[in-house]
Design a protein around this ligand. Sequence first.
Ligand code: HEC
Length: 179
Amino acid sequence: MSARTFAKVGFALALIAPGTAVPQDGQPPFGDDTDTAYAETLWSALTEASLAGEETIQATPYEGTEPHGAVLQTLWTDIEVEGQEGMVVVKRNYGPAGISIEEVANNPGDSLASVTVMFRREEGYAPESANWFWAKYLPDGSLDQTPEGVPLAGRATGCISCHSEAEGGDFLYTMDRLS
Ligand code: HEC
């Protein structure tokens, strides 16, 4: 990661202090029942496509960056969710800090900390953020939560504010395929 990107990530991290996930009206902009149900369907689609779960396709692990993890794997393809086909990017986050690439490569199941996913939904779903649906899963497919207990699924504010700094306006850090 370049020094410039690193500075941007640091800046964005400072913006997402705990508490910002829930706006003043008390209604989170993400993580409601519709979002969690959709996230469950998305996880099933990922499992069926061997992109998550025990039978998952592996990829060469590489050294990661904050906040995702010490070692990462990134995969992308198109999948269908509720009748809509779209691009999906799956990032597997391995830890703890200090874990080696070799350890992950030899035993990925043991060190998987979380699976962060972006799925490109239909036009109009989230025009301000390139129509991405965001989700952060634990290795068993359940949803991780914000410190306030809001499930990380949907138009997740913390994910979006940092990814909005990615070059190309597509909210993708590892590629510029969509811009
Ligand atoms: C503070 C900044 C930051 C936050 C917050 C963040 N990410 Fe990321 N994300 C990154 C960076 C940097 C990368 C590129 C990492 C790499 O080198 O593989 C990335 C990569 C990804 C990728 C691979 C696609 C891409 O952009 O290259 C996915 C999927 C992803 N993040 C999902 C999420 C989800 C879901 C959340 C919220 C739960 C989230 N991210 C929160 C910085 C962030």
